[in-house]
Design a protein around this ligand. Structure first.
Ligand code: AMP
Length: 209
């Protein structure tokens, strides 16, 4: 299963990605997580990404595409992968298609999590993230999964959320039609509880894989 997960910030991509990656036994590749762990480790890549991330802007394609290409060359992808947060514009989608075509491993499906704007804003402003495992949670103290401390991401603060939503509409939403035209798009509603959404996603994916 070679899967891309797409949806606005706050649609629950990170949460669903954890469950879907476990269900299909495939690595979860989240570009935002890779940038954040580079930032934490103070690498040149992290420093390059920081100013864009803090403002809710996309990190330049040259940096992001190269990082993803390197990750896709690693040898843990025999069963496939789940890409979360990439691609985020049509140029990245085209580069991904070319990279995968070169390897003869095209995408199986693109899963869109769809949700209303109002729900997004309330979810994001109450979201916390685990410092240790990166899991998103509504808990304000400790991570329910690993017990690590939680924090509010700089870009989950109200001023930045608005910009991230604009960036999604302007730059990322066009990839939905790109993938619809490729015949790869599956859309499921991201409203409701986490388990329900996972079941919805798995039954939709089982119909195409
Ligand atoms: P996320 O954790 O997916 O919400 O990503 C957090 C931030 O990382 C985004 O707001 C961007 O600044 C950056 N980022 C993550 N993925 C990408 C991507 N595919 N292209 C450009 N920037 C990205």
């Amino acid at each position: 299963m070679r899967l891309v997960l797409v949806g606005p910030p706050g649609a629950g991509k990170g949460t669903q990605a954890q469950f879907l990656a476990a269900h299909y036994s495939i690595p979860h590749i989240a570009t935002g997580d890779i940038f954040r762990s580079n930032l934490k480790a103070g690498t040149p890549l992290g420093l390059q990404a920081k100013s864009f991330m803090d403002r809710g802007e996309l990190v330049p394609d040259s940096v992001t595409n190269e990082m993803v290409r390197d990750r896709l060359l690693q040898d843990d992808l025999a069963n496939g992968f789940l890409l979360d947060g990439f691609p985020r514009n049509v140029m990245q989608a085209e580069v991904l298609r070319a990279n995968l075509a070169e390897k003869g491993t095209p995408l199986t499906a693109v899963l869109e999590l769809s949700i209303d704007n109002d729900e997004i804003i309330s979810r994001l402003s109450s979201r916390r993230t685990c410092k240790d495992c990166g899991l998103p949670t509504v808990e304000k103290d400790k991570c329910p999964s690993c017990g690590g401390d939680v924090y509010q991401r700089e870009d989950d603060k109200e001023e930045v959320i608005a910009r991230r939503l604009e960036v999604y509409q302007e730059q990322t939403a066009p990839i939905i039609s790109f993938y619809r035209n490729e015949g790869l798009l599956i859309t499921v509603s991201a409203s409701g509880n986490v388990e329900e959404i996972t079941m919805r996603a798995i039954s939709a994916l089982n119909r195409v894989s």
